[in-house]
Design a protein around this ligand. Structure first.
Ligand SMILES: [Zn+2]
Length: 331
């Protein structure tokens, strides 16, 4: 339980000393200054614009020189498996007629949303979204690796606002990955914010909405496969007892309104999101929960909730990698 927003705002990076080397190594590979012109609500920063598009052309392609190049990409096979979908899987599909996805070679990029310098949304208790994103992504990474997905990688980007998010995507495309999952925490449009005081500091909150949501882009070249994973992810989040955020399909959201693709799993389309539409591999963005909602912020700060979400993500990845997991039961 969160005792204080300041507590982990001040010591957030000190709690993973054993991972520092790994993070530093990864950061050295993919750290790229990014420009985010709008430090407001999270969704704004992912929208492409003509300005961003122009600046992106001046961005040099990053060189992941020290990353080992995989021998062969299982993407085609993965897409084929995923395209079957859990619902459409016939008994015959249980037969190992084709080599199944090998978790040890399946490359997953966990994109930590925002940066230390440009932290995204600010929680009801004045903690940057980036802090939540990093903690959750690290927990997911640990669980995926524990389940045999040894090629799981955190994608950390640094820098102040102003740089194009295309840089982040370039790093991802050059890794390269079989699956891209961007980790975020949700907020609300500014018009919904209310004032309150937390630890003597004027703060802002909105208890109006809560829940996770999953986004895909129709403009992603692997849209169908992205949607397959998104639906698995939404299904597993729901199976963990979580509820999705329903407000995005409502008129009250104005320009933040998005089509709800699956009313059971909470999968929305957000076609302009740069990290989704520019990624060459299947790409999904998870808003794990609301940190502007005062009650949900406390939950999102708990190790218990991180474990629950990590369990959902890991189950979805396993099922995506091998749909038979969906038949064989809980993972
Ligand atoms: Zn965000």
């Amino acid at each position: 339980m969160l005792s204080s927003g300041r507590k982990f705002a001040g010591s957030g990076f000190g709690v993973w000393p054993c991972r520092r080397t790994i993070i530093a190594a990864m950061a050295a590979l993919v750290l790229l200054p990014i420009e985010i012109s709008d430090a407001g609500w999270l969704s704004d920063v992912f929208k492409s614009s003509s300005k961003q598009g122009k600046s992106s052309k001046r961005v040099a392609t990053p060189k992941p020189a020290t990353l080992a190049k995989p021998a062969a990409s299982p993407k085609r096979h993965t897409a084929k498996l995923a395209a079957l979908g859990p619902a459409g899987l016939k008994p015959s599909a249980l037969k190992p007629v084709a080599p199944k996805c090998d978790p040890s070679k399946f490359r997953i990029v966990l994109d930590v949303g925002h940066t230390a310098e440009s932290g995204g949304a600010i929680s009801a208790r004045n903690v940057d979204e980036f802090v939540f994103n990093l903690r959750l992504a690290q927990r997911i990474e640990a669980q995926l690796k524990a389940e045999g997905f040894a090629e799981t990688r955190l994608l950390l980007t640094e820098g102040k606002a102003r740089s194009s998010l295309v840089k982040r995507v370039s790093a991802t495309n050059n890794l390269p990955a079989n699956l891209f999952l961007s980790i975020h925490h949700d907020s609300v449009p500014k018009s919904f914010l209310e004032d309150w005081e937390f630890e003597g500091k004027k703060s802002r909150f909105s208890d109006r909405f809560s829940g996770y949501s999953v986004f895909v882009s129709l403009n992603n070249p692997e849209f169908k496969t992205s949607l397959s994973f998104a639906e698995l992810l939404g299904k597993e989040m729901k199976a963990q007892g979580l509820q999705y955020a329903q407000q995005y399909s409502q008129p009250i959201m104005g320009r933040y309104r998005h089509p709800l693709l699956n009313k059971e799993t909470g999968v929305y389309s957000y076609d302009k999101l740069v990290v989704l539409r520019k990624s060459k591999m299947p790409a999904v963005l998870l808003e794990a929960g609301s940190i502007i909602n005062r009650d949900e912020e406390l939950k999102m700060d708990s190790a218990e909730r991180r474990d629950i979400i990590s369990g959902g993500v890991t189950a979805a990845v396993k099922e995506f990698c091998d749909p038979r997991w969906g038949i064989l039961g809980p993972v």
